[in-house]
Ligand binder design. Structure first.
Ligand SMILES: [Zn+2]
Length: 314
């Protein structure tokens, strides 16, 4: 059970448990980082553009050492240092592989897994799932930021993976985390839930959207809610937050009070949006809804916001 998010007593929300000691002041010490990389027991998380690549076996483990990673085509100069395991001081790195998932699937000594599925299946303990989220977000950034955004020339990894430097114009580039508001909007005993078309059939969830430059969290909640549903929002409270590595978001979980009730879907974000009373939302949670409507799975902050509201904890 996590203890750092006010108001919620979540048991299952994913990606919160990363305990790696990031050693952030030592990333520029190349000899130190190289020493860790070559040390016996060091683990390397391998990733493609879409998935994570583990050694074959009954139990999933990060598993690969430097030699095994290099044998698959990983480059030593592209290793991202994630941190040290607090229990034994062993280092964990992550890097990218050049092959496609299809090419790797032919290798019988590997298993190719998607992080969302790993979270849904509870395949790793919370600490390791958190570390995998860190790995996926950083690898995605490196894969999509190979060139300098100021001069267009190739950039290269620095600071053990927490910066990319441009040797042509001297610019430094830093990894992105994109804040995203996600909000349970209530009108007394009713909650506003919407259906984005991208979600599986029947799923209704809290509204959400990316923050814009120059906005406060509260302003972003009000703007997104108005854009997506036509509902105006008054008071907003930040309740919780969650790293969401698809690819590199930070979800800011809020509750807000509606000051209007007439729903109007004006943009193409939602295919449906409705006010749901507590009884209907309980049916969605318990999978007894007459029309088969459901809420998102418990790995998500949306689930926590909806349950928190139902149980009057937030
Ligand atoms: Zn440049």
């Amino acid at each position: 059970m996590r203890a750092d998010a006010a108001g919620l007593q979540a048991m299952e929300m994913s990606f919160l448990g990363n305990t790696l000691d990031r050693q952030s002041t030592r990333r520029g010490d190349t000899a130190y980082i190289t020493g860790l990389l070559e040390k016996p027991g060091t683990e390397i998380v391998l990733s493609t553009a879409k998935t994570l690549v583990f050694p074959a076996g009954e139990t999933l483990a990060f598993g690969h050492d430097l030699q095994a990673a290099k044998a698959l085509g990983a480059k030593q100069e592209e290793m991202v240092f994630l941190g040290l395991r607090p229990e034994n001081g062993q280092a964990v790195f992550a890097t990218t592989l050049p092959q496609s998932d299809e090419e790797l699937e032919e290798k019988t000594d590997l298993q190719i897994r998607d992080l969302r599925t790993l979270a849904l299946q509870n395949s790793f303990n919370p600490q390791d799932l958190g570390a995998l989220a860190q790995a996926r977000a950083l690898i995605h950034w490196h894969r999509t930021h190979q060139f300098c955004s100021q001069c267009g020339e190739p950039s290269r990894m620095a600071e053990a993976g927490y910066r990319r430097d441009c040797p042509t114009c001297g610019a430094f580039h830093f990894p992105r985390t994109d804040p995203c508001v996600i909000m349970l909007i209530a009108d007394g005993d009713r909650a506003l839930l919407g259906r984005p078309a991208r979600l599986p059939e029947g799923i209704y969830t809290t509204l959400a959207g990316f923050m814009e430059p120059g906005e406060t969290i509260e302003q972003a909640v009000r703007r997104e809610c108005l854009e997506e549903s036509g509902i105006e929002v008054g008071d907003v409270r930040l309740i919780s937050n969650q790293p969401w590595p698809f690819p590199a978001n930070l979800m800011l979980g809020c509750v807000g009070e509606a000051t209007s009730v007439d729903i109007e879907i004006e943009d193409d974000e939602l295919e449906a949006c409705k006010w749901c009373d507590r009884e209907e939302v309980w049916q969605m949670v318990k999978d007894t809804h007459p029309e088969g409507h459901k809420i998102p799975p418990s790995i998500s902050i949306a689930y926590e916001l909806i349950l928190g509201w139902l149980e009057e904890r937030i």
